[in-house]
Design a protein around this ligand. Structure first.
Ligand SMILES: Cc1cc2nc3c(=O)[nH]c(=O)nc-3n(C[C@H](O)[C@H](O)[C@H](O)COP(=O)(O)O)c2cc1C
Length: 139
């Protein structure tokens, strides 16, 4: 699919076709494209936890809050995160500028955009979900 079409046609998907399965290879390809994204001082702090099987998906879905709980049936779940205090800091541990650890979020956002656009290109729907219990997810 042509780049302009990929960008224009991507939409948040909140209902997934339970008959269709996402493969491990497809998820790996999406993450490969996420990793092409630029990062602060090439810090590459983003990490991805993925679950494709029913049990793992259920465990992750339980950590979603509000109406997000109902939006993941049939979906493969990818949880993207970043390693705390490693982006936006110098070797001595001082923040490079006023954004400090905010660069971790920034980098993760760029990477996630790569991921969702690649998904759109290969015909997979995506939804970014910020409303979740982060402590439960971490556990
Ligand atoms: C950082 C971020 C967090 C989001 N969190 C949620 C969420 O928790 N639940 C949800 O249904 N949509 C969430 N969205 C999706 C937005 O609501 C959606 O992108 C917006 O309404 C525009 O629609 P579109 O993606 O179809 O263009 C989130 C989007 C972003 C970028």
């Amino acid at each position: 699919m042509e780049f302009n079409e990929v960008v224009k046609n991507r939409r948040s998907i909140r209902k997934y076709d339970t008959d269709k399965k996402v493969t491990k290879e497809q998820v790996e390809e999406l993450i490969r494209y996420a990793i092409y994204a630029p990062t602060w001082k090439n810090s590459q702090t983003a990490r991805y936890y993925c679950t494709l099987d029913g049990k793992g998906r259920e465990a992750v879905a339980k950590c979603l809050q509000g109406t997000n709980k109902d939006k993941t049936e049939g979906a493969a779940l990818i949880v993207a995160t970043f390693v705390k205090n490693r982006s936006g800091f110098d070797r001595e541990g001082n923040p490079d500028n006023e954004c400090g650890n905010g660069w971790g979020y920034y980098d993760l956002g760029i990477a996630t955009q790569n991921l969702v656009l690649k998904a759109q290109e290969v015909g997979l729907g995506t939804l970014i979900m910020g409303i979740r219990d982060s402590e439960a997810l971490r556990n």
